[in-house]
Design a binder for this molecule. Sequence first.
Ligand code: BG6
Length: 589
Amino acid sequence: MCGIFAYTGINQEAPSLVLGGLKNLEYRGYDSWGIAAIGKNGKLQVYKKTGKIGNSLIDNLGKSTLAIGHTRWATHGGVTVRNAHPHLDCTGSLGLIHNGIIENYDVLKKSLLKFGHRFNSETDTEVAVHLIEEYQKKLSFKEAVIKAFTEFQGLNAIIVMDSKTRLIAAAKNGSPLIIGKGRQENYLASDAHALLPYTRNIYFMEDSEAVFINDKKITGYSLIDKREKELHYTVLNWKSLKVDKGFYPHFMLKEIHDQLKMLEYIVNNQDEGIKKFSKLIETSFGTYMVGCGTAAYASLAGTYIFSKIAKFHVNFSVASEFAYLVDFLTEKSLVIALSQSGETIDLIDAVRKARNNGARIAALVNNLGSSLYRLADDKLLLNAGVEKAVVSTKAFTAKLAHLILIAYNLAGKLEEGKLIIRKSITEVRRILKNEYQVKIKNLAKNLTAKNHIYIIGRGVSYPIALETALKIKEASYIHAEGFAGGELKHGVIALVDKGTPCLAFLPEDETYPDTTSGVMEMKARGGYMIGIGSKNQKVFDEFLEVHDCGIATMIPNILVGQLLGYYLAVNKGLDPDKPRNLAKSVTVK
Ligand code: BG6
């Protein structure tokens, strides 16, 4: 997944404008970036660099009114300047950027090599620009783009600029692409939020569509009907999502602190959506919660919450696996898709397959206007606010709070649910205080040099153990593994040795005695035991007290896990906002 942005218009500073657009898309990939523009001499100029954009400027491309730009998350070919986008054809008159994977690139490349094309990179993407070049030998630029794009297999979005016609063409199938219409200037971007600083006149491209753009005109084209089509624009009244860190050193820490206000907002303002979703679950014949990464663990937590609070069975699946599990779905089934970005392709793909089997789709999502938001029959916005750090924090607790309130409403006890969320808010406020943070910082100091950390939890604490391990892995690159406390003695305990750090979540619920036994078994093998719970015990080498808030104790418990992950990253001098090899939303398979 990558971020792509393009501009054509009257602004002579198109390269800088595109650089600004890329900065708003860097959450989609940040291992390298590049921009191409048509210089005064009518020739394509390209500038590419590995690493994050940071405070880079782009004055070496000179003045231009057309430019395209890309920020990369490598899929094919290492992180090098050669593999960074844009890629040019042999003549140097076509420049192309891409988001997705051209699954049949190797077959296409073989035939292009036979036609004498010279390749400069190891990417699948470069095949696209050479194929268009090949077809342009007999066809117009438009026809060549259309013919080439329809030969790509997989989920893709491309933008290609032709220095001869000064046209920008784009085509989409699967990966998101949005058009921004201005006065005598037009834009393209991977997400609508990146266009808001420039225009609110937006068109969300559909799959199997192409567009041809210059500063005066945007022509839509259906790759299915094989003819031009009219595009219907929407004027977005969304709040600009420009956020800054304020006095926080990282977005991750700012977003951890945002949870206080966010939880207060959810408990006081989301009743309508909560009631709608509990009705949907009540009337469905089989409910499935699906998500990826952090959203998958929130979905797993949902199965425990609905069983415990509403005596309702809700199924869970990791979205990337759910695509292989949809055959039993019917039109009475309800699939609740959980996502921060609403753009995660594994989830979108699974949801599409579920819908094809007749299931109703409900989205618990944070991103207004995202592909999932537009795809779903029913939507409930998380209202967690913008989450910039790749390591997700507040979007997770927002999902937990909504699932808890929906379950309590299903049980006809919404006010009781609000009460325990308010109790968890008090506990969150206490943990965010300096004196408590010092304890977590000390724990992080003791664990920074460790290579392995194990985390156990039973019942509702099992998904919290998994999410804590994920935060530690994503932010600090330390190998951390969360597992169900009961599975300890069935294998994992073999990993525990003298001094091995083991965290255990021990809230005041039915899991307390059994988790304590697990702690004793790890201690007996030399484990360095860290307890997170309501009651300290002699067996613990370190203990962090979290007061009981009923099933909502999950929220302050994961707050401790988030802060531990954060301070481990800081101790190791890492950037938790943009960890290596990750991105905020994954739009490739
Ligand atoms: C990954 C992010 O790319 O996608 C994770 O790094 C996230 O933090 C996962 O949990 C799922 O993303 P989303 O946007 O669908 O919740």
